[in-house]
Design a protein around this ligand. Structure first.
Ligand code: T46
Length: 137
């Protein structure tokens, strides 16, 4: 599985850093929603789902966390430790976010509005879906 991490260009000067993210330019899709999580308690693991069609970019804009990516065949752990790095997560990828530092702010740019129907929250259902799609190709 290929891990796609974007490195955003900061507009740094003597005052500090500024990062601007534009759809189709820095983010490879139309941004329909932005959400972020913070004050995540120690030991918490979130996610535990895949999306049928949603694409997202995760940026840990403060602090650090880790993301487990799973395509049904292979798993990868991706640390997010820089505010200028964005992790792209395509559809049909199981994700879990964990090891949040107490100051972590994880911001997510999403290609669609919130739709519960797009979630696959059962791991066996996820495996059945990716294995079926592999056979259909
Ligand atoms: C994902 C990972 C990275 C909303 O009402 N609107 C929203 O846009 C979102 C994202 C969530 N919610 C509600 C639904 C739940 O009652 O907020 C609550 C927490 O959401 P959830 O348990 O889905 O959070 P995570 O951290 O497990 O997953 C989230 C996203 O839902 C998901 O798409 O890929 O972050």
């Amino acid at each position: 599985m290929q891990v796609v991490k974007y490195v955003f260009q900061p507009h740094g000067d003597e005052r500090g850093q500024l990062i601007a993210l534009e759809e189709y330019k820095d983010i490879p899709f139309e941004i329909k929603r932005v959400y972020y999580m913070y004050d995540t308690l120690e030991g918490v693991r979130r996610g535990f789902h895949a999306h049928k069609s949603l694409k997202q970019i995760l940026v840990c804009i403060h602090g650090t966390c880790k993301v487990l990516l799973d395509n049904g065949k292979e798993k990868k752990i991706v640390p997010l430790e820089k505010p200028y790095e964005g992790l792209y997560i395509a559809n049909n990828i199981w994700r879990e976010m964990y090891d949040f530092s107490s100051d972590a702010v994880l911001m997510v740019f999403a290609s669609d509005y919130y739709r519960e129907e797009d979630y696959i929250r059962d791991y066996q259902e996820f495996l059945d879906m990716v294995n079926k799609e592999g056979k259909d190709l």
